[in-house]
Design a protein around this ligand. Sequence first.
Ligand SMILES: Nc1ccn([C@@H]2O[C@H](COP(=O)(O)OP(=O)(O)OP(=O)(O)O)[C@@H](O)[C@H]2O)c(=O)n1
Ligand SMILES: C[C@](O)(CO)[C@H](O)COP(=O)(O)O
Length: 228
Amino acid sequence: MQYKVIIPAAGMGKRMGYGKNKLFIPIRHTPIIVHTLAIFEKDEWCKEIILVINEKEREEIESLIQSYEITKVSKIINGGSERQQSVYAGLKTVNGDEEIVLIHDGARPMVNIAHIRKLVQEASLKGAAVLGVPVKDTIKKVKDGIVMETIDRATLWSIQTPQAFRASVIKTAHESAEKDRFLGTDDASLVERIGQNVIIIEGDYENIKITTKEDLFFAESLLSKRKT
Ligand SMILES: Nc1ccn([C@@H]2O[C@H](COP(=O)(O)OP(=O)(O)OP(=O)(O)O)[C@@H](O)[C@H]2O)c(=O)n1
Ligand SMILES: C[C@](O)(CO)[C@H](O)COP(=O)(O)O
């Protein structure tokens, strides 16, 4: 079983406050984006990486790909101002309709290959599948600083990437979202809105998205543990 992966890496890392794209921050002397790319370089089921970048960072990215010998990067596409636009730019380069396409944040360098493969198998059967973990905290709806509602935690999952789709499903979903000017925070929400079921595959709590500086400490200790 094989898949292609689109890796959006064109963000600005504003919440990290690093002053440039957080994906260049080194963890154990290797940039975050390289850790992420290396996972798919290693997975034999992955046949192609489509990397979506900020055009101003092309030279830096190409140099990293060369020096770390990431051979599966077939295309380096310029992204947009929103994550969804970046993903769609990468998706437009995918021709087949039946192939399995994964979309994985460049900011998630610790995803487990076994979970990726479960996603691929589920997406090939059902058309759409995402990784997630049950929420550990109590979640409440708040308005103007006042708690409006406590949501039943048994129904809540924290959704991650990769998100895996049959190419025809995710292409239709992005086309529909663009036509309707709908902006979602993940790709699965675009698929849900066109009436396609999305299957949850339980992942693990190590697959964090590196977003704020506290996440760097967690990532550093996890990657150190894995290397020992
Ligand atoms: N216009 C954008 C915005 C985000 N991303 C990518 O989507 C992933 C998830 O986005 P996020 O964690 O929000 O990254 P940033 O947008 O860089 O962070 P911030 O919102 O703090 O600026 C990241 O790998 C990021 O590089 C992208 O390709 N294009
Ligand atoms: C796609 C995602 O990682 C799923 O949790 C998340 O929605 C990305 O959000 P961001 O604000 O673009 O990082």
